[in-house]
Design a binder for this molecule. Structure first.
Ligand code: NAP
Length: 335
């Protein structure tokens, strides 16, 4: 059985995911695409070898040529299209964030609970990265003892003028937030933002770098340094400090050059190069699950919880205070 996926939003990641679903992932084909920029959607459809182009996301979701929906449009549209997919009873993978605000996320939780079965997954692909999975395996096996501190570092190569302080949380640190929750298996209960000295490479309105301190239910401290204008390459690091040892993520070595007595390790150019394998594994797990009639991937609850932390993180930027995080009751569907 081939799963026919309809892709809403053919920008950077939508185009990447569509190509993987069409050419790399076993069990899927891209039958439909749409984008507010119709010319862009038509070009992607042609490159894929003839997917149907729909006028908007709602037409695509309703089409009987679409078995499952992939939402890769801008965050502000995610709740609308996720809710429409649920109303149509179709499985949906929504790129992060599930929605930018918690009222929208709660609407999605309510709709899925009312349906009585899971259909939604959220694109938190770091859970599928081989390095992160190994760090989690070290913790889960008991090898490093009790988790005490998780250090996260996320350095990008540059940010456009449109990138703002809240987007540091909603677009970037949301990955460290999800990694913290998934790796440690605990909810985050507080957030504090501690701004460091600013880099001269950022636009004046942006606090760059930014630093966050999260505490989890049992008191584990998870730190996140995010540098938008790192300039030297895309660099993601993570070290778990345990009572009996540590487990660290290694940057995947793309190439190691030794010349003139000096060894050089190439840093990934951007997030696509760094996480290409994780995106493929995430999509394969989703499609493989659908073939078996299962929903495999981070749930709408995971999307809600991450958005809740980003929302209160934005409040913490404004107040400069440690903000305590509360959540709605977790529905039985997600326990
Ligand atoms: P992008 O290049 O701007 O692509 C988004 C596309 O959606 C654009 O073509 C945009 O058109 C289109 N769009 C806007 N409103 C729409 C609507 N109502 N219906 C259909 N299409 C619409 O952004 P991107 O970098 O691909 O990011 C897309 C999403 O993926 C974001 O939520 C982002 O956070 C997420 N993402 C996740 C990861 C990850 O690592 N998991 C990485 C990158 C991005 P216009 O440009 O004309 O507005």
């Amino acid at each position: 059985m081939t799963i026919r996926v309809g892709v809403i939003g053919t920008g950077v990641i939508g185009t990447d995911h569509a190509a993987k679903l069409q050419h790399q992932i076993s069990g899927s084909t891209v039958s439909a695409v749409t984008d507010i920029d119709r010319a862009r959607a038509s070009q992607v459809a042609a490159d894929l070898g003839g997917a149907r182009v729909f006028g908007d996301g709602h037409e695509l979701i309703a089409s009987d040529e679409v078995d499952a929906v992939l939402i890769t449009s801008i965050g502000e549209t995610h709740a609308e299209f996720t809710l429409a997919s649920l109303a149509a009873g179709k499985p949906v993978m929504c790129e992060k964030p599930l929605a930018p605000t918690t009222p929208e996320c709660e609407q999605i939780l309510d709709a899925e609970v009312a349906l009585g079965r899971r259909l939604v997954i959220v694109g938190f692909m770091r859970r599928y990265d081989a390095g992160y999975r190994q760090v989690k395996a070290s913790l889960d096996s008991g090898a490093v003892g009790d988790a005490l501190i998780l250090h996260n570092v996320h350095r990008d190569t540059g940010a456009p003028e449109s990138f703002t302080d809240p987007m540091v949380l909603t677009d970037s640190m949301i990955h460290e937030i999800d990694v913290t929750r998934w790796l440690l298996g605990e909810e985050i209960v507080s957030v504090q933002i501690i701004p460091p000295k600013r880099t001269r490479h950022a636009f004046a309105h942006l606090q760059d770098p930014q630093f966050a301190a999260f505490h989890t239910e049992s008191g584990i401290l998870s730190t996140a340094e995010f540098l938008a204008n790192g300039t030297y390459g895309y660099d993601v690091r993570c070290e778990l400090v345990g009572s009996d040892g540590t487990a660290s993520l290694l940057n995947p070595t793309l190439a190691n050059e030794v010349t003139g007595g000096v060894a050089r390790t190439v840093v990934p150019a951007d997030w696509r190069a760094r996480f290409s394998g994780a995106y493929a594994a995430e999509l394969q797990a989703w499609i493989g699950g659908l073939e078996r009639g299962e929903i495999v991937g981070p749930s709408a609850w995971e999307g809600y919880a991450a958005t809740r932390v980003t929302e209160l993180g934005i409040e913490a930027i404004r107040s400069g205070q440690r903000v305590v995080i509360d959540y709605v009751d977790k529905p039985a569907l997600y326990r």
